[in-house]
Ligand binder design. Structure first.
Ligand code: ADP
Length: 404
C-alpha cells in the first residue's frame, strides 16, 4: 500500500476547505440526492461526497456506505487530490500497487472499483471529491463520466451558495446589531441633553428677571443675550425631540392608534394657528373640493406632518401666501401645499426626505434637515404617500395622498 502524499499547497487548501464550514455538519437532502443520482447513473452500490481534512476524510453524503469519517492515510480521495484535476479512476484496486493491500480493499468494505471527480474551489484548490465505488472491477462510459462531472459541478455550486448565504446572514445580523446600538445611542443621548438644556433655560429666565431691575443700558444687553440663549435652547430642544422621534420610528417603537377623523376641520384649525403666528401678516389660503369624507388616521402624526410642511412653506418663501388645498377624490384624499418661494434644485430632490439633508440654496436659512424625513415617516405610518415637485426660484408643491 502507498500512503497518499501531502500536497505542497496543503495549508492553503485546508484554509479554503474550512472556509465552507462544511466539515462535520449533518447530512442534507441536497447532497444526498446528488450521491443517489451518481449511484443510479453509474450503476454502483456506493457514492460519496468526500472532503479531505487534515488527517481524515469527512463524508458529507454517503450513499450505500455506513461511515461518515475515515482515515486519510488509507483513503482513495487522499490520492485523488494529488493526482488529478480531472477524473481519478482505479478500475481494479486488487491489481493496483497503491491499494492492493489497503484495508478498504481487503476488509469488509471490499472496495474494488473507484472513480472520483475532484471538487475544485474557484481558487483552484482540490478540497474533496464526488466518487462512486463498486465491489467488482468496473469501467465508466463517456456519458457516465460527463454526468459525474456535471454532478460534481452541482456540489461546488451548493458549497458556494452555502458560503454566500452565511455571509449574507452574518452581515444582516451585524446591521441589526448596529441599528439597535444606534437607537439606544440616540435615545440615551437625547435624554441626557434634556437636563442641561432645562437648567440653561431656567437660568436664562432668571437672568431675564434680574435684568428687569437693572439700569437701562445693562438691561438691554442682558435682554439680547438671554433671548439668544432662549432661542438656541428652544432650537436644540426641538432638534432633540426630532432625533428622538426618528429613533423611535426606526426601531419600530412608535405607537400608531388610528381613528376616524375629519381632516377638513383639522386643516382649518392648523391654518388658523399658523396664520396668527406670522409676524409679517401672511396667512394660508385654504380651499377644498369634492365631498369631505372622514378618514382613519392618527391625528397627532398627521398634524405634525402638516405642521412641518406649512412651517417650511412660510420659511422658504418671502412674500406670498402658501396655499393648502384638499381634494376629496373618488378613492383618496389628495392634500397639496404649494408656495411660490425659493424652490428646490433638481439635484436636491432625490435626497430631500433623507435625515439631515438640506438643499444647496438654504445655507442662510436655519434648519436641521429632519422635518421632511419625519413627515414622510408619519405619512407612511398612516399608509399615505408624499411627493414633491419644485422649480428653483418659482416654488414648491408637496402632495400627500391618503386612501379612504
Ligand atoms: P429644514 O427645513 O430644517 O432644513 P426639512 O427636513 O424640513 O429640514 O427640509 C429639508 C430641506 O428641504 C430643506 O433644507 C430645504 O432645502 C428643502 N425644503 C423643504 N421644504 C421646502 C420648501 N417649501 N421650499 C423650498 N425648499 C424646501
Amino acid at each position: 500500500m502507498i500512503t497518499p502524499k501531502i500536497p505542497k499547497n496543503e495549508q492553503d487548501r485546508l484554509n479554503v476547505l474550512k472556509s465552507y464550514e462544511i466539515l462535520h455538519t449533518l447530512p442534507e437532502v441536497d447532497y444526498d440526492e446528488i450521491t443517489q443520482i451518481a449511484s443510479l447513473i453509474c450503476d454502483t452500490p456506493i457514492s460519496l461526497i468526500a472532503f479531505v481534512d487534515d488527517d481524515e476524510i469527512f463524508f458529507k453524503s454517503h450513499h450505500g456506505f455506513d461511515i461518515s469519517v475515515s482515515p486519510r492515510e488509507t483513503s482513495f480521495c487522499g490520492h485523488l487530490i494529488n493526482n488529478s484535476k480531472d477524473l481519478f479512476i482505479v478500475n481494479d484496486a486488487s491489481k493496483d500497487e497503491r491499494f492492493y493491500d489497503n484495508p478498504l480493499v481487503t476488509g469488509d468494505s471490499s472496495v474494488s472499483f473507484y472513480a472520483g471527480i475532484p471538487l475544485i474551489s474557484p481558487e483552484g484548490f482540490v478540497i474533496g471529491s464526488l466518487c462512486i465505488i463498486d465491489h467488482e472491477p468496473n469501467e465508466l462510459s463517456e456519458e457516465q463520466r460527463k454526468s459525474l462531472k456535471a454532478l460534481a459541478n452541482q456540489v461546488m455550486k451548493l458549497l458556494e451558495l452555502r458560503k454566500k448565504n452565511k455571509k449574507l446572514t452574518e452581515s444582516l445580523e451585524k446591521e441589526k446589531e448596529l441599528g439597535e446600538l444606534k437607537s439606544l445611542f440616540v435615545s440615551t443621548a437625547s435624554h441626557q441633553f434634556r437636563t442641561p438644556l432645562a437648567i440653561i433655560q431656567s437660568n436664562a429666565e432668571l437672568l431675564m428677571m434680574i435684568s428687569e431691575n437693572s439700569e437701562i443700558e445693562l438691561k438691554s444687553k442682558l435682554k439680547k443675550s438671554t433671548e439668544r440663549i432662549r432661542n438656541e435652547v428652544n432650537r436644540m430642544t426641538a432638534l432633540m425631540d426630532d432625533i428622538l422621534v426618528l429613533g423611535k420610528i426606526n426601531s419600530g417603537k412608535i405607537q400608531v392608534d388610528k381613528k376616524r377623523i375629519d381632516v377638513l376641520t383639522l386643516c382649518i384649525e392648523l391654518c388658523e394657528q399658523h396664520s396668527t403666528i406670522q409676524h409679517d401678516g401672511r396667512a394660508i389660503n385654504f380651499s377644498f373640493s369634492g365631498t369631505p369624507t372622514e378618514i382613519v388616521l392618527n391625528p397627532v402624526l398627521i398634524s405634525h406632518a402638516l405642521n412641518n410642511l406649512i412651517s417650511n412653506a412660510f420659511k422658504y418663501s418671502l412674500t406670498d401666501n402658501p396655499k393648502l388645498h384638499l381634494d376629496y377624490k373618488k378613492e383618496a384624499l389628495e392634500i397639496t401645499l404649494s408656495d411660490q418661494g425659493i424652490g428646490i434644485s433638481k439635484n436636491d430632490i432625490p435626497y430631500l426626505f433623507q435625515t439631515f439633508y438640506r438643499g444647496e440654496n438654504v445655507r442662510n436659512i436655519s434648519g436641521t434637515g429632519l422635518g421632511l424625513s419625519i413627515t414622510k415617516e408619519y405619512i407612511e405610518l398612516n399608509n399615505g404617500t408624499i411627493k414633491v415637485q419644485s422649480e428653483l426660484n418659482k416654488g414648491t408643491i408637496f402632495t400627500i395622498i391618503l386612501k379612504y
